[in-house]
Design a protein around this ligand. Structure first.
Ligand code: UT7
Length: 332
């Protein structure tokens, strides 16, 4: 008999309307389109404009889209997990705001902060609630409003990041498909290379922290790149190996979209060609926790029941990992 598994049965997404192009960035900082495309693969990114709109605004839109597509009644949701580094506020959790707004009145909800690997951490946590038999329908949202923590005078970071949200619903099923295996890691060696200096309990916000621009992403790009390029590829390869997957068995690599060069290195290590790699970094840039669910959202119509997907991410913390998902539906 098949095992009780957590199976993805729907995907939703949302990206804001405003498109920040490389050409517009050229008017803001000393950069150029050719450099951005060659070094990152990014052509444009979406930015959430408007007073008082935070990550919950995009998360709600993504979950509303998911519920409309799957026709699932929000009252059936048992748990909603929101993965984000840009919560609306330090508390309450953005997940609480999303769950109430979408009508998930029977759910409990909480946030997970694992930066760019957040969605993988959320998916793994959600799958455990389902496999244990305590919960039947769990929504995982990956959302970030990176524009809220980016210094648009810093050319090293402002060209990379964008805003967006993606969401999946996991349901309990006796199935050979679903979340099959997860390999997740963290190492605070990454703190010095990628962090936000102030605004937390160690260094609360003050006039001085604002003046010193300490509420923006601080990233040593080259150092992060070195860790990312090896660890993301190693994690994906490890998950393939321990599940006896050869490159021909893989339908898609679903990589975190931080840099096209990191994605290419991961695909190369796995031995898969570019036709098997989900890419949307060109349209959205790096949306942190939203990149992987937004890939699933964009490629959903191409996926078939039984497809083997390898999800892989690397990000702040450092956090990284890979998940083996067997897809469970064909899109009508
Ligand atoms: O998702 C979270 C995890 N984050 C990541 O995975 C990001 C990993 N890092 C990266 O993707 C890359 O390191 C970046 C895209 C951030 C930077 O690319 P790079 O090839 O590592 O560039 P670099 O920082 O080594 O800079 C190379 C040159 C420098 O000039 P010099 O010193 O060689 O004269 C920079 O000053 O490029 C210059 N540069 C730029 N030039 C034009 C840096 N940023 C820009 C820019 N436009 N925006």
């Amino acid at each position: 008999m098949d095992k009780r598994r957590a199976v993805i049965t729907g995907v939703g997404g949302y990206v804001p309307e405003y498109i920040l192009t490389n050409a517009e960035l050229e008017t803001m900082v000393d950069t150029n389109e050719a450099w951005i495309i060659e070094r990152t693969g990014i052509r444009e990114r979406r930015i959430l404009k408007g007073e008082n709109l935070g990550s919950s605004f995009m998360g709600i839109k993504a979950v509303d889209n998911l519920l409309a597509k799957t026709k699932i009644n929000p009252e059936e949701i048992d748990l909603l997990i929101c993965c984000t580094v840009t919560p609306d506020m330090l508390f309450p959790a953005t997940a609480n705001l999303i769950a109430t707004a979408v009508g998930a009145v029977n759910a409990f909800s909480y946030d997970i902060n694992a930066a760019c690997s957040g969605f993988l951490y959320g998916l793994t946590t959600a799958s455990k609630f389902i496999e244990s038999g305590t919960h039947k329908k769990v929504v995982v949202v990956g959302v970030d409003k990176m524009s809220s923590i980016i210094d648009y005078e810093d050319r090293a970071t402002c060209i990379i990041f964008g805003d967006g949200a993606g969401a999946v619903i996991l349901e309990a099923k006796e199935s050979e498909n679903g979340i099959i295996d997860a390999y997740l890691k963290s190492d605070a060696i990454g703190e010095k290379h990628l962090h936000m200096k102030a605004g937390g309990s160690r260094k609360p916000a003050s006039l001085e922290t604002v003046k010193n621009k300490e509420h923006f992403v601080y990233q040593e790009g080259k150092a992060v790149f070195k860790f990312a390029v090896t660890n993301m590829a190693d994690a994906a390869y490890k998950v393939m190996q321990r599940n006896d997957l050869k490159s021909d068995d893989i339908a898609y690599l679903v990589p975190h979209q931080a840099n096209k060069r990191i994605i290419d290195a991961t695909a190369k290590r796995m031995g898969v060609g570019e036709e098997k790699v989900m890419i949307n970094i060109d349209k959205y840039g790096n949306t942190t926790a939203a990149t992987i669910p937004l890939c699933l959202w964009d490629y959903e119509s191409k996926l078939k029941k039984g497809d083997n997907l390898i999800l892989a991410a690397f990000g702040g913390g450092f956090t990284w990992g890979s998940i083996f998902v067997k897809w469970d539906y064909n899109t009508k």
